[in-house]
Each structure stands twice: as C-alpha cells, then as structure tokens.
Write a protein that binds this ligand. Sequence first.
Ligand code: FAD
Length: 346
Amino acid sequence: MAASLKIIANAPLDAANTLGFSAFAEWLVRPADLAELRGSLALARRSGWPVTLLGGGSNVVLFPRLEGLVVIPSGVRRWFEIDGEEARLHVEAGVDWPTLVEEVARAGWWGLENLALIPGRAGAAPVQNIGAYGVELADCLEAVHVVDLADGRYRVMARDACGFGYRESRFKNELSGRVAIVRLVLRVSRKARAKLGYGDLAERAAGAVHPLQVVEAVSAIRREKLPDPARLANVGSFFKNPVVSLEQAERLRVEHPQLPCYPAQGGVKLAAGWLIEHCGFKGTRSAAFGVHDRQALVLVHFGGGKACELIAFAARISAEVERRFGVRLEPEPRRLGQEVSPGLVV
Ligand SMILES: Cc1cc2nc3c(=O)[nH]c(=O)nc-3n(C[C@H](O)[C@H](O)[C@H](O)COP(=O)(O)OP(=O)(O)OC[C@H]3O[C@@H](n4cnc5c(N)ncnc54)[C@H](O)[C@@H]3O)c2cc1C
C-alpha cells in the first residue's frame, strides 16, 4: 500500500453529507488513485471490515455510526480522447460533477449541459443515473470502470450492462456494496445538440448556440427553485416521482385534472411534488425538518435533527400521500450507517 495512504479512525462525517447530520466512520480513507483504492480494499478484507462508498454525501441519509471502512474515492483526473468532432471523456470518481459539466461546456463540448449544478461526485452519478431537464447520465455515458470489493478485480461495464432506468441502476441494486466505481467514460460532441424541450428550459435557453449558455440557463433555473445545501441542508428530491399504471393515472386524472403526468417506461410518471403539495405539506415545518416552500419534493433540515427523525417525518408525508391518492412514494436518498447503541463510545 502507498506509504502516503491515510486511514483515519473515528472520522467525523458531518461535513461529508449535505443534510449536515452528525455521523462517524469507524475508519475513513480517501484514496487518490487506483493503487491506493485497491490497497484500502485489501486492508478492509484482511481486517474483516465492511466497506461503504461515499462521494459528496448529497444523496444519503447518514445515521450516527458507519461500521468498518468508509471509502471516498478522491482521484480527480479527467482527459479527452478526441476523434474528429466527437470525444470520449474519461473522468475519475472523485471529480466534482458540477465543476466537470461547466468545464466541458466552457470548452465547447455538448452532451452534459442539462446536468449542470447537480451536486456530488462523478463516481456516484451512475448509482441513481442522475437526471434533469430531460437528460439522464445514461444518455451520454459509454462505460463505467469498477473495482470489485470482494477481490479487487478491475472491470469495465458497458452502458447496457449497467441496468439504467429512471433514478435506477444495477449499482443501486444487486451491485450495491459490491463494487467501487472508479471511472466514467462519457461521450461528448462538438456538434450542437441542445435538448431544450423540458420545463422552462425552452424559453430560458432559446437560441443557445454554445453549451455554456445552456449550463447558465439550467443553473439559473435550479438556483431559483432549489435550496443551496451550503445554506439550508437537504439532499434535493427526497422522493422519486412514482410510476403508476395507465389505468391508475387515468382514474387520478378524473378526480384531479391538474395532476402532472408524464409517459414513462412501465406506465405513467406522476409529479411527487404535486402530490405532497396537495396534501398541504409545502412550506410546513416539524421540529428540525421542513418541506421546502418552493419545491415540495425537497425536505430540508434546519439543524439539530437526527436521521431517524427525518425518516419518521418522510414516512408521515408518504402515509398521507398514500391515504389521499393511493400512491406509494419511494425515498430517493440511500440510508447509510446505524444508530449508536447505548454504552458504545465513538
Ligand atoms: C440541491 C440538490 C439537488 C439535486 N438535484 C438532483 C437532480 O436534479 N438529479 C439527480 O439525479 N440528483 C439530484 N440530486 C441528488 C445528488 O446530487 C445525486 O444523486 C449525486 O449523484 C450524488 O452524488 P454524491 O457524490 O453526493 O453521492 P453520495 O450521496 O455520496 O452517494 C450516493 C450513493 O452512491 C454511492 N456511491 C458514491 N460514490 C460511489 C462510488 N465511487 N462507487 C460506488 N458507489 C458510490 C453511495 O454509497 C450512495 O449509495 C440533488 C441533490 C441536491 C442536494
């Protein structure tokens, strides 16, 4: 293992999650390259430690204690393989996603611009197939490079092997806790291919001839609608937009003609924010948590709260949505860690 590799015991993760929860990793490492990552995983195997991967902590609900080794891949290299007007962009897992999108657009490459200002690191982007303004990561992804946690084996997974769907992938399901994503290979192009057909974007980015103009329009819309986690702790959308059958959507539309519905794989996607708002939760507060006043899909943490309280608050909201509309909401962020048992000193 590289001599410089630092493994920290009882490491605080308060600054490593955008909900600002107080949490500790039993052991924490931030490997800067593949050799360090493999060395850390080998140590975890020898020590019998469970391994948890973490990026920027913008899509997790952290409970107070994470057992074993928390690994935050921190390689930040990125490079182009240019072929005429097209290019493959290789990006290491530790690269900050919003910085990457802006950098690539500024250089005149199209493909990532609609995914501007989504917090987090590149390594986490395939986990829930990040998406916004009519584009998903899968639309511009060619492959994901992973290391197997069980034996350190390196594999390249082609996009079609990743099982991408709406906020879904194999990394979130059967490969969760089994692989570390270490590199993405993205496809970008010099040829203009603006996708502006979603929401306010058509109007706000009308006539865009450079990808940076789209980045600026998307960023401006996002800043207007979403709370900045640096000022008000949150993880973006707390619930996925539910997908229901065509029959159920039609029944709901008869009773609620204003309910926003979108065609989706396997049925009809409903706007979870609308359902929550129409249960009267928008802008409400319960102790340390609240429902954002501009976007009901976002739950916010005012400080001093705990993960278990947020989960209970979210459960109350979903129960009410299910009672009123017969639709079950599924949380988007991943729960990591556990409560500290009484008497355990961290
Ligand atoms: C204000 C705000 C707005 C948001 N808007 C959007 C949006 O528009 N669209 C959208 O899709 N999401 C959105 N999100 C959610 C979030 O930004 C994305 O899910 C992002 O990809 C999470 O990145 P992260 O590095 O913070 O991941 P983390 O929260 O650290 O991790 C998320 C999951 O990925 C796993 N993971 C992390 N790194 C790796 C790795 N290298 N290998 C394997 N597994 C890994 C973790 O174990 C965890 O299960 C938003 C969040 C916020 C706070």
